[in-house]
Design a protein around this ligand. Structure first.
Ligand code: FES
Ligand SMILES: [Fe+2]
Length: 377
């Protein structure tokens, strides 16, 4: 099946009249209740694949990033054999958090009593070791976390019994195949940016392009107007994808010869449940991996990666990178301001439910259904 055929919905075919009942937004309290926040984060982030960032941001053995799987600290580490391994970020002695931020190292050394671990997590050094029974410290290792690379993104999970990411996202792989996302160059990564909003509000914002014309007035709104939105498959349990397509005059120059006419026009916006957001166009990708911190606080790790075709053949690639980074920084700031205002408004605590546009906000409903499904299982 041609992937273009999966994009049947545009604003010329409004869906609302076909719906038996109106679509409503989640109640305000679902963004402000701290108990609900804790329950949802553990029932979702402890039981599903979670996106943490780009593999390309750690190119060499010993390159690492720290992140959170839900509320749990983890280390994602490039291994000597080129694979990526994820481990619990706490010392086996008395639980000190081992690494902070991101960087490169030859071994993992606990700052408290200097227990030392290899890049794969194996314990190899214990000062004053006579004080421990050999059988207690020999052959032990940091807790491993299931890890999978998909399209250049790193996914992790506390569970070992889940269907692989590549299988559950097969339909998404077909749609994005020609972009070769795993080869994109990671030129801009922001590991920590605190947004004062509930993680679900940030997710909702990214997967609807109703706001593009009205919020992104200083960045992407004029070139990718709301009225050109096209909608992808409906009802997939793991992801959503739509296109915030370019106007004819604003279509980018294309350097990837594999892209067809639809792919040249489209700015695909995809959400991988529960926390991965990826916006793909012919020359670059704008992605975000959300880390819930508190009911009204989220770390938005985000970045921009560039097509290797564009970087290789574009006349002034460095200038292009600079321009895109500055436009997307503005767009990110515009989004941040709006979701923080949604959080502020939701603090009113009303029982009244807001409304969702069909089709423009249909995917918010699909995400909310996913949240309910995992929270209640
Ligand atoms: S807590 Fe890490 S060495 Fe003691
Ligand atoms: Fe936006």
């Amino acid at each position: 099946m041609s992937h273009s055929k999966q994009f049947n919905y545009t604003l010329d075919q409004p869906l609302a009249p076909n719906f038996p009942s109106r679509m409503v937004a989640s109640k305000q309290q679902t963004f402000t209740d701290p108990d609900l926040f804790r329950n949802q984060v553990s029932s979702i982030f402890d039981h599903d694949w979670v996106m943490v960032g780009r593999a390309g941001a750690m190119p060499n053995p010993g390159d690492y990033m720290t992140a959170f799987l839900g509320q749990r600290p983890i280390i994602v580490m490039r291994q000597p054999d080129g694979s990526i391994r994820t481990m619990a970020n706490y010392c086996l002695h008395r639980y000190v958090k081992l690494l902070e931020g991101s960087g490169s190292t030859k071994s993992i050394v606990c700052p408290y009593h200097c227990w030392t671990y290899k890049l794969n997590g194996e314990l190899v050094g214990v000062p004053e070791r006579e004080g421990f029974r050999p059988e207690d410290i020999e052959g032990i290792a940091l807790e491993p976390i299931a890890t999978e690379e998909y399209l250049g993104y790193v996914f992790v999970s506390l569970r070992n019994d889940l269907q692989p990411v590549s299988e559950r996202l097969q339909n998404l792989s077909l749609i994005l195949k020609n972009f070769e996302l795993d080869g994109y160059e990671d030129r801009h990564v922001v590991h920590e940016e605190l947004w004062n909003a509930n993680w679900k509000l940030i997710y909702h914002n990214f997967i609807e392009s109703y706001h593009t014309t009205y919020t992104h007035t200083k960045s992407i709104g004029p070139a990718n107007p709301t009225k050109l939105v096209e909608y992808g498959p409906i009802g997939d349990p793991n992801f959503t994808i739509h296109s915030n397509s370019y106007t004819h005059e604003n279509q980018p120059d294309i350097y990837n010869p594999q892209l067809d006419d639809d792919e040249r026009r489209r700015f695909y916006v995809t959400g991988v449940f529960p926390n991965g957001l990826v916006a793909v166009e012919p020359n670059f990708v704008w992605w975000m991996a959300l880390e819930p911190k508190a009911v009204d606080k989220t770390n938005a790790r985000w970045g921009i990666s560039f097509s290797h075709h564009a970087m290789k053949t574009m006349p002034d690639a460095e200038k292009f990178v600079e321009e895109i980074v500055s436009v997307i920084e503005i767009a990110t700031t515009e989004d941040k301001e709006m979701v923080e205002r949604m959080q502020a408004g939701a603090n009113f605590g009303s029982e009244k439910a807001g409304l969702l546009h069909a089709p423009l906000e249909l995917y918010i409903k699909e995400f909310d259904d996913y949240v309910m499904r995992l929270s209640s299982s």
